[in-house]
Write a protein that binds this ligand. Sequence first.
Ligand SMILES: [Fe+2]
Ligand SMILES: [Fe+2]
Length: 310
Amino acid sequence: MSAVPQRREVLRVPPTRKAEIVADLYRAIREEGRTLVELEWEQQRLHESRRWSAVERVDAVELEGVSASDRLVVWNAGRAELTTKPGADRLARLADQECRRWQGRNDAVASIIQACGTWSRYWNEEEAHHETSFNRLALLLGLERISDETFIEFRKIFPDDDMLRTLTLLSISEIVAAVNYAHCARITQEPGLKALFKQVGADEIQHMNYFIAFAKGLVDSGEYRAKEAFAVAHLFLREGGEVQGSRREHVEQRETHVNWWDQLEYREGMNAPDAAEKKETLIFHALKRITGITVSSAEELEDTWMELVG
Ligand SMILES: [Fe+2]
Ligand SMILES: [Fe+2]
């Protein structure tokens, strides 16, 4: 029988320290020697500290008090949130593949990517709250039913891409969602629905912060190029770019997957979120945190991207 390994020392961590997102992951792993077990504990603590009940939130909504415009917003939100599960499933798979590619070549990068894949389970679970809350509300409000066909269509798994491009795209997707929900929280008059929009918006901000941290870790390692993050931001902020979602003149028809921002339906009488400027500012801020490079307009973003491509 093998002996139980002895602890070298007792780890003393102040029990009241608030859980946080480790923002400087490359340094935390390389210089502070933080392990995946430690990082995972931090993720678990933060996840637990932010949990809320979809059942209670839905029960708290006074259905008669929900305006016609808000009803459309709820319907759109529920449908859009259906695409987060395939996003998270794909991230888990891609992260594990990528992690193994770096093992032995750059172990810090392998650990950052594994930490990301590990966190994807919390992300997936938190998005389940969004999806089920809005879809349940839409059902209770008697709105147009989402068919199983649409449900299955929206579950299509995204094709793989470079890890930094993927993380940047997910950061931006969370920005767009967070700004939309903040707008909804401001305009809705029904207190229960207002609280739900606020709660979901706060989750999306937290997700954005995680994606930025993982993306920054990859750039800091020197193994991933800032130009990839810029390429994705450009895709969103160029003229007629993705940030305008279904308002664009030309929305690509894809067989492979569903981009939720392309599927929002703006109907008559709907006070729809837009706030393009706010989204743009937050995207510039995210780019700065990921790459260390500052840009403050779509033109500057394009120029910098071209320079980085070289
Ligand atoms: Fe969400
Ligand atoms: Fe999210």
